[in-house]
Design a protein around this ligand. Sequence first.
Ligand SMILES: [Zn+2]
Ligand SMILES: [Zn+2]
Length: 237
Amino acid sequence: MKPFIDLHVHSIVSGHAYSTIDENIKFAKSKNLKYLGMSEHGPSMPAAPHQYYFNNIACIPDEIDGVRIIKGVEANILDTEGNIDIDDDLGYYLNYYIASLHPPCIPYGSKEENTSAVINAMKHKKVKIIGHLDDSRYPVDYEKVVKVAKEEGVIFEINNSSLKPTTFREGAWENVGELLKYCEKYNVKVIFGSDAHICYDICNFSNCEEVVKKYNFNRDLIINYNEEEIIKFFDIK
Ligand SMILES: [Zn+2]
Ligand SMILES: [Zn+2]
């Protein structure tokens, strides 16, 4: 099976990634990827793009070299109220927000604090995906967040980079198992994301594939392989 989309990709714009947008598109094309999500870090991450980058994003064509570009952001969740660092004005031209917990943008909180941060972030109308909710440094109540995701129509990213031995995140293999268990129980979808910080990692879902196999997860709940569902979910015209 061939994935249609990688929604979680960074370029040099993010300040700690190593390929240009052009290199990313060329590599995506070489992998026959049809939809490429551009998801730079939100402005409160050190060295992330200034808000003007997001204001001006309409200048990037919707299709380049046969690859459909979907414009998004990986927003930072800032506090337990679920505030994020992209407001409606800034996000006007964006199709989707991934909302994630990142140091140093939010302190490592208690399980209660992190759970309320994520649940409240899901209530923003453009937050469609919660990124890499797999890090023991930010423990959460998985059952609670999955139940709210169901009500809000939010899905979860299964992050390929979190599952690498070189990751900064902790405990991802076990935490993803918990997350998948509740996604299956409540029929909540997931999306694989490479979280590529260099073009060669785009569309690399090898660890995602392994983790869904390990936990025997229902593949019908993974949207990367279902083009119709991708078009609907991202509201692609
Ligand atoms: Zn990054
Ligand atoms: Zn992230």
